[in-house]
Design a protein around this ligand. Structure first.
Ligand code: NAP
Ligand code: HSE
Length: 435
């Protein structure tokens, strides 16, 4: 057996830090048999020591000086729950350099600077654990790195932002407008005060970059991920989706193809019979398809004080077990390939398209002819809602390359019979083998 008491420091005492403090104190009596050692909170780094806290806390634990932590050789685990790039990045690098293990929930940092952080952890043979950085309380990093390590992961589909899933669920079930639900999501504390990263897909893109890197063993960063949010989504399309047997979700799609990795976040038509279609409200889910295991889905709370703290504490216990057994750094960075990430123009998928055109003979034929000239084959065409001399046309395509449909739409937009391209939304099909 190694050390009898392992000292930990928490950086940040906000939403997640408070949950971590609560769990570390609640579980105190169990650590000896869970780990073979006790855990002791040695220091907590905050921005403002005088700030009134939501919990009753021993004030002598609080410090606003990082040097008090990094220079304390007895601290073996640093839990970073400050968030953002700096000073979190410097603190993690310095902690690893000083021979400490790190647990973090910081998706922003990992999605942009993961390589540098993991190289330092590898060099020092220390653990850098980050379960909470993707999908909050849902176990997904460890399942991918360990339980599914015997697979070649083919595809990941994730509902990995709670705010947008809540908004889309309300729009679908109650026909409420986007802006009204966004206000509600903010009041309920799901969305950030500035909800841009949530609704424009950037938060999900950061999480998808982390998932893709682990699943495909090749570094994918935030800037590699195509991100399109839900702020332009209309109730009309949600209603059409229902009529056609789908539900619209903001999906992170990661695929390992022979031509490269696909990593994209955008609204998507999901067939009603797909397990992700039933994931509602602020819940998250990650659907993983492996060559051996087949289809699996991980579901639960993707954010919040205690669900996120649950993931952080799981990491802390894992790292502490490694310390006790003298095997930190056991599962190092697994990005041993260097595969290209495809540009969005290169992806192939099915599309839902809604446009407004003149209601007269030959219109559908003219539009279909432009699609035909661009290798875009149509699976379903519906003409609806005639008003005056205009009609709304709804199309679902077969598998098409993104560039081809965009080129075709450039021409269709210019036709005198077409007044507006109202929506273009990607459609999921149950099997990637159909491509
Ligand atoms: P938060 O509520 O804003 O808390 C941030 C904490 O960091 C505060 O206690 C703050 O101190 C402290 N802090 C800020 N700047 C600091 C600095 N320069 N030096 C020292 N301390 C500093 O954030 P959070 O929601 O807990 O999120 C923390 C991390 O978890 C982020 O990376 C986030 O992406 C991730 N995460 C959060 C959730 C969630 O549901 N909230 C879910 C998954 C992952 P003061 O208290 O003194 O101001
Ligand atoms: N704002 C995020 C969400 C929570 O809505 O899912 C933290 O990842």
């Amino acid at each position: 057996m190694g050390e009898k008491k392992i000292k930990v420091a928490i950086l940040g005492l906000g939403t997640v830090g408070t949950g971590v403090y609560k769990l570390l104190t609640q579980q105190e009596d169990d650590f000896l048999w869970k780990i073979g050692s006790q855990l002791e909170i040695s220091k907590i780094l905050v921005n403002d020591i005088s700030k009134k806290r939501k919990i009753d806390i021993d004030k002598s634990l609080l410090t606003d000086d990082w040097q008090n932590i990094v220079n304390d050789d007895e601290i073996k685990i640093v839990i970073e729950v400050i968030g953002g790039i700096e000073p979190a990045k410097t603190y993690i690098l310095e902690a690893l350099e000083a021979g400490k293990n790190v647990v973090t929930a910081n998706k922003d940092l990992l999605a942009e600077h993961g390589k540098e952080l993991f190289e330092m952890a590898n060099k020092k043979a220390k653990d850098l654990a980050f379960e909470a950085s993707v999908a909050g309380g849902i176990p997904i990093i460890r399942p991918l790195k360990q339980c599914l390590a015997g697979n070649s992961v083919e595809e990941i589909l994730g509902i990995i932002n709670g705010t947008t899933n809540y908004i889309l669920t309300k729009m679908t079930n109650e026909q409420v407008n986007f802006n009204d639900v966004l206000l509600e999501a903010q009041e309920l504390g799901y969305a950030e005060a500035d909800p841009t990263a949530d609704i424009e897909g950037y938060d999900a893109a950061r999480k998808l970059a982390i998932l893709s890197s682990i699943a495909f063993h090749s570094r994918v960063t935030f800037k590699d991920v195509y991100a399109q949010g839900i702020s332009n989504l209309s109730l009309v399309d949600i209603t059409y989706a229902k009529e056609l047997g789908y539900v619209i979700k903001l999906i992170g799609v990661a695929r390992n193809t022979e031509e490269g990795i696909e990593a994209r976040v955008h609204p998507m038509f999901i067939p009603n019979n797909h397990p992700l279609a039933a994931v509602n409200d602020s819940f998250n889910a990650v659907f993983v398809k492996g060559n051996a295991v087949g289809e699996t889905m991980f579901f639960g709370r993707g954010a919040g004080e205690m669900p996120t703290a649950s993931a952080v504490l799981g990491d802390v216990i894992d790292v502490a077990r490694n310390i006790v057994n003298n095997c930190t750094g056991r599962i190092a960075c697994t990005c041993f390939y260097n595969n290209p990430v495809k540009h969005i123009n290169e992806i192939k998928t099915k599309y839902y398209l809604r446009l407004q055109a003149k209601d007269k003979p030959g219109v559908l034929a003219s539009i279909a002819s432009v699609f035909g000239n661009h290798d875009v084959s149509l699976a379903t065409v519906i003409q609806k809602h005639r008003s005056g001399n205009m009609a709304e046309i709804v199309v679902i395509t077969d598998y098409v390359q993104e560039k081809h449909i965009n080129d075709a739409l450039q021409i269709i937009k210019g036709l005198s019979i077409v007044s507006e391209i109202s929506a273009l939304i990607r459609v999921y099909s149950n099997s990637i083998d159909e491509e």
